[in-house]
Design a protein. Structure first.
Length: 241
C-alpha cells in the first residue's frame, strides 16, 4: 500500500476539505437533526448539541507521527493545527476531551491485531506516547486501548454518560480504522458522531475519502474544524446572555 502526503498545509487542507464535503454531504439519508451549524445554514437549535459534545483525539502518538516510524502517516502533521484549535476551544468551553492511545502492556496478548499488523505498540515505549504538541491536561481522560475500539473493555460509555455527553467529535488517525470504528460504535450506543474531515488523516486520500463516504451514509456527520468552532462559539455566546 502506498502512503501519500495528500495534504501539505492549511491552505491545501482547506481546499481538500471543501472538495470532500461536496462528495459526501449528499450521502446522508436525510439531513440529520443533530448536525452542527454550517457556514451555509446555521441553526440556533443545532448549536445546543455543542454544549453536550466531547472531543476525541484519537491515537495521535509518536508511532503515527514520527517520520522514522514504519507506521508514520504522511498527512497527519498537516492536521495538527486544526486538532490544536479544537482542543483549545473545547477546553475553553468546559467540554470533555478524551485522548485515546493504542498500546499493549507487558503480559497482555495483542490479539488479532498482533497477527494482522507487523508489530504492536508496547506500553511505556516512546512510540506509545501522545505527541508533545497535544499533551493532555490534568483531569482529561486518556484511554489506552488494545484494538481499534475505544469502547471495548473500557469504561468509556459510563464516563461519557456521567459527563452528560450526547455527541462525539472525532479527530486523529487513522480515519479508516480507529476513527471509523469509534464513529460506528458511538452511533450504536446512541451517541451522535461527528467526523472532522480536516482533523483526521489516513495513509492516502482514497482510504480517507472512502471512510468519509461510508460514515456519511450510515453513521456520522462529516464537517470541518471551522464548523465545530462556530458551534462552540454559539454555545459560549448563549451562556453569556
Amino acid at each position: 500500500m502506498k502512503k501519500v502526503a495528500y495534504v501539505s498545509g492549511p491552505r491545501d487542507l482547506g481546499e481538500k476539505a471543501r472538495t470532500w464535503l461536496k462528495k459526501v454531504r449528499d450521502l446522508h439519508p436525510r439531513p440529520p437533526a443533530f448536525q452542527f451549524p454550517s457556514v451555509h445554514a446555521a441553526h440556533a437549535a443545532h448549536a445546543a448539541h455543542a454544549a453536550h459534545a466531547a472531543l476525541f483525539v484519537v491515537d495521535l502518538q509518536n508511532f503515527f507521527l514520527d517520520p522514522a516510524s514504519h507506521a508514520f502517516v504522511p498527512a497527519a502533521p498537516a492536521i495538527l493545527p486544526n486538532v490544536q484549535s479544537l482542543l483549545a476551544a473545547f477546553r475553553e468551553a468546559g467540554r470533555p476531551v478524551v485522548f485515546t492511545r493504542y498500546a499493549v502492556a507487558d503480559g497482555e496478548s495483542p490479539g488479532l491485531m498482533g497477527e494482522w499488523w507487523r508489530d504492536s505498540v508496547r506500553e511505556g515505549s516512546e512510540a506509545s506516547a501522545i505527541v508533545s504538541r497535544l499533551q493532555p491536561l490534568p483531569g482529561e481522560l486518556v484511554l489506552r486501548k488494545r484494538s481499534y475500539s475505544a469502547f471495548q473493555g473500557t469504561n468509556l460509555e459510563q464516563h461519557l454518560r456521567a459527563a452528560g455527553v450526547d455527541s462525539v467529535v472525532i479527530s486523529g488517525v487513522l480515519t479508516h480504522l480507529c476513527c471509523d470504528t469509534l464513529a460506528r460504535e458511538a452511533f450504536t450506543r446512541d451517541f451522535k458522531p461527528y467526523l472532522v474531515v480536516d482533523a483526521t488523516a489516513s495513509y492516502n486520500e482514497d482510504l480517507h475519502l472512502s471512510s468519509l463516504k461510508t460514515l456519511s451514509h450510515g453513521f456520522a456527520v462529516a464537517l470541518t474544524a471551522d464548523e465545530v468552532l462556530q458551534a462552540l462559539r454559539g454555545t459560549r455566546a448563549r451562556r453569556r446572555r
